[in-house]
Structures are given as C-alpha cells and as structure tokens.
Design a protein around this ligand. Sequence first.
Ligand SMILES: Nc1nc2c(ncn2[C@@H]2O[C@H](COP(=O)(O)OP(=O)(O)O)[C@@H](O)[C@H]2O)c(=O)[nH]1
Ligand SMILES: Nc1ncnc2c1ncn2[C@@H]1O[C@H](COP(=O)(O)OP(=O)(O)O)[C@@H](O)[C@H]1O
Length: 415
Amino acid sequence: MVENRFEEKGHPFMGEEAPENLLEGLDKFSPLQSDSESQGYQTATTIGDKIYVIGGSDDGAKLSMNVKVFNKLTRIWSIPTVLGTKPVPSKGHSAVLLNNDRILILMRDSPLNDGTWFLEVSTPFVKEKNKILGTEVVAWSKGVRGDGPKPIVISGPSGVGKGTLISKLMKEFPSTFGFSVSHTTRAPREKEVDGVHYHFTERSKMEKEIKDGKFLESASVHGNLYGTSIEAVEAVTDAGKRCILDIDVQGARSVRASSLEAIFIFICPPSLEELEKRLRERGTETEEQVQKRLRNAKAELDQGKSPGLFDHILVNDDLETCYKNLKQTLGLDETADASHQPSMKNYQIPLCHSISKKDKKILIHGGSNELGAATPTSFLLDASSLKGGAPGRTRGPKIYAIDSLIDSLNWIEQL
Ligand SMILES: Nc1nc2c(ncn2[C@@H]2O[C@H](COP(=O)(O)OP(=O)(O)O)[C@@H](O)[C@H]2O)c(=O)[nH]1
Ligand SMILES: Nc1ncnc2c1ncn2[C@@H]1O[C@H](COP(=O)(O)OP(=O)(O)O)[C@@H](O)[C@H]1O
C-alpha cells in the first residue's frame, strides 16, 4: 500500500520548505486509519517525488477539498491548476493511488454513487493540459458505476438542421438528454437566450478562460470563438442526463482526442443548394454571413468524411426520416423516454473504514456488520476497467457489497 493519510491542521506551507515534523509524518506512511475527523481533514498520497495533499480547511475552518503538492526533491510546496468540479467536502475522505496516475477518493459517510471521485494527476488529459498551460495540472472527475451512457457529439455545416434535430430529441426525451451550453463570442440571434442556447461572452474574457484551462475544447468558427466549458458538460451529467454537444468539426476532433468518450455523429445536407436554401430561409444571418457559412460548408463536408472521426454520418433530407435514423443510431425506442437505466443499489460509504488494496481491487472495510442489518458495511471496489476520465466522468468502477464479516475477512486475507 503506497497511499496514505495524515492530518495537518495548520496552513499549507506554500513555496517554502515544509517543517520537519510534517515531513516526518509524510515519510513514515503509517497504514490508513479507520478514524475520521471533520476538521482540517487531509490525505497525502505519494507519486514518485511528489506528495499530493488533498483536503484540509480554508481559513475560516471550513472544510475544503483543495489540492497542494509537495516536491520531495526541491522540498517546495505548490498549488496546481485544478480542473473540473471538485467533490463537496463532508466528513473526510480516504485516498487510494491507482495506476500511478490518479487518486481514488472516497467521501466518508456519502452514498457510493455520489462519493466516488478521482483526482487525475498524470493521465494523458492532465499531461496535455500541463503542456498547454505550462503549469502543474490536476483534474477532478466523478466516478460513475457501471457503463454510463456516452455523451453525443453532433456536427455538420451551418443550416443542415443540427439544432432542429437536437430540439426534437430533447423534446421527446426530456429526462434523458441535456444540452451542453457552449460559450460563444458571436452576437445572440433574436430568439436566443443567454445561458440556454449559448453563454454569450466577450472575446477577451473567453480567451482568458481558455488560457486558464476552463474549456474542454474551443475553436474559431465563421470568425467567432466557440467553446465547450468543462462546467457545461458537468452540469448536464450532474443532472443525471446524457450530454449532447453541438460543435463544429474542429471541436469534434479535440473531443475525440480527449478522454471524454463520446458517440460522434455528422449531419450532411442532401445538397449544397438545399443547404443554402435552409440557411437563407432561416433568416438569421446577413448575406455576408450566409456566404461565409456556405464557403466553410464545403470544407466541413470534406472533413466530416475524415476516416476515424465520425462514427455515423446521417443525411438530413426529409426531417422525420433523419430524426428516425438518429434515434435508431442512438438505440432509442420510438415511444418511451429512454432515461430508465437499470438502477444500482446505492449504499453508504461507512464513516469509519479502513482500506486495503491489491492491484486495482480495493476493500473498504467498515467493521463488523450487525446481524440482520439492512446495509452492508464493507465493499469491494474493482477499478480494473475504468473508462473515460477527466474532464467529465470516470466510468466503470464496479462495487460489490460484502454482507458478512467472514466474507470481509476472507477478502482481507486474499489482498
Ligand atoms: N468547436 C465548437 N463549435 C461549436 C460550439 N458551439 C457551437 N459550435 C459550432 O459553431 C458553428 C456555428 O454555430 P452557430 O453560430 O450557432 O450557427 P448555426 O450552426 O448556423 O446554428 C456550428 O457548426 C456549431 O456546431 C462549441 O462549443 N465548440
Ligand atoms: N430536413 C429538413 N428539411 C427542411 N428544412 C429543414 C430540415 N431540417 C432543418 N430545417 C430548417 O433549416 C433551417 C436550419 O436548421 P437548424 O436546425 O437551425 O440548422 P443548424 O443548427 O445545423 O445550423 C431551420 O430553419 C430549420 O427549420
């Protein structure tokens, strides 16, 4: 077991040497404790020369899930750039190193479905952001048990009918799908509502936010900036919905390269003449803008056919036929709202527990269970087939309840 936990109630020692007593605590790595504290609770996890300290309290003794890093070589503390939404602190947490690139965080006394998180410290996504931002980056992602549904990326030239198809889908399946509200620097159209269709923003503000790593992807399209913020995707997933992204081909390429596993669909017009007709009849663009969009459409249609980029190409000739094909592609039934997923029992992560680990199997041992108790106190978490990751969700941790003390002890022996 490499990971560990210690408590330090003081303030982070930023940019200076850590006091000896704290380093002693870090170097010793006593086993994970089963006790819990609600004040200034921290865990320390060593990866190579670095120690990631998670948690603690803000100045007003309010619990936080902040991250700071101690470099054992330079003996300097630093605060990394943190991407993604962090878990809400509650009654402490446990930390377990997985795969040498991410830390599994279990929030004590929280339901398993809400309390399983990952802090990525050296996954491909984090490494890429590291390069772009030029600072140390870590990224939060929430763990989703089993195979959660994949987000859907829809691309296609302006005027092809992406918005129309997405609206139909959201109307027919309101509790299944949620729209990722992009940011854009273009001016709002007459019926567009800020925060619903887009987050309308200023170029300088958006450029700064892109630099700060707030965006999953961004691109310059038809002369304006467009981008999907990490928050936009998380807002949909947090509402328990499947995320739909309406983004251009460059954006689709970036998402493909990220760890947000998605289904990529490209919508084609029956002809360029028909595309022009739809754009004009929509009446939302000036003549100059229509011309620009038509010029770009040709290149977009070529790129849409790039091998390996889109999983499905649908032609939007007759709207109802295309919509039917879209639903079929997504495996949706004609009538029912497909939100119904097989539900998984949502147990509570015990407030007090100890943790043992072998490879990617983690035993969360909450002590002995009362005879006949409704809820088991021990769980086995199998992290061997994780998919996706930050930004967004880490899908696939499997959790098995261990109902008896004997089973639990058997597992401990095996680990
Ligand atoms: N890369 C990227 N493209 C986006 C985003 N949001 C919208 N777009 C694309 O920007 C293009 C222009 O969108 P918009 O101005 O709404 O015009 P429309 O496509 O004619 O409705 C479309 O291809 C959208 O798919 C985003 O967040 N990222
Ligand atoms: N299959 C179709 N046949 C005819 N008109 C369509 C069809 N699909 C969409 N439209 C119309 O074309 C215009 C552009 O559609 P829209 O959804 O705004 O495209 P996009 O979001 O791809 O820019 C809208 O006026 C819409 O009503």
